[in-house]
Design a protein around this ligand. Structure first.
Ligand code: URA
Length: 194
């Protein structure tokens, strides 16, 4: 565990001096992510929004409250898992990250995953799904078709399961999607076996 902690410290230090894309200059805080550094589950969102940028933590706005509800209804807490995003700095006006920004930032996420070595990676929403599917060579389809479907994959540290999910923000104005998310989380937690 101590080795993991020092590896995490190293990549945090690397992030603090990162200037690989223009978003770094505008960020109040670079949002590394938080949780258990040997967690079997890593949830990946898109990018920090206004609240995350201000607080330096992932998912602390309204989507975060929905995420907390999904976790607690499944006996999970933020401390038991790891939550992060595909990029570390807030895009202006909360726009989608550009391909160039994702490319510039991706090593921070890959370094993190190589340290945590999770059993399940759950990309939430299209941006995270696109990135992760590309990375592991899975064929991407409409989120409506693939959400809640476990898929076997490989990263440099070994075999794992990719479990695509809707983004919690998608459920803000659509309560039906919240029920879908809840069902998918239940399925994922069963596979996790915690
Ligand atoms: N949406 C995301 O994708 N990530 C956050 O951290 C917050 C909102």
């Amino acid at each position: 565990m101590q080795v993991r902690e020092s590896e995490i410290q190293k990549i945090k230090t690397k992030l603090s001096s990162c200037d690989k894309c223009p978003l770094c200059n505008q960020a109040k805080n670079k949002v590394f992510g938080e949780g258990k550094i040997d967690s079997p589950l890593v949830l990946i969102g898109e990018a920090p929004g206004k609240n995350e940028d201000e607080q330096g933590k992932p998912f602390v706005g309204y989507a975060g409250r929905l995420l907390d509800e999904l976790l607690s209804q499944n006996g999970l807490t933020r401390e038991k898992i790891f939550i992060t995003n595909i990029i570390r700095c807030r895009p202006p006006m909360n726009r989608r990250p550009l391909k160039t920004e994702v490319e510039a930032c991706s090593s921070h996420l890959i370094d993190l995953l190589n340290i945590i070595r999770p059993k399940i990676i759950a990309p939430m929403g299209n941006s995270a799904i696109n990135f992760i599917f590309n990375k592991v060579g899975l064929e991407n389809k409409e989120i409506g078709e693939i959400h809640g479907t476990p898929m076997n994959a490989k990263l440099s540290f070994g075999d794992l399961i990719i479990f695509p999910l809707y983004h919690p923000a998608a459920a803000i104005y659509n309560r039906k999607l919240f029920t879908t998310l809840l069902e998918d989380f239940e399925k994922m937690v069963k596979i996790l076996g915690v």
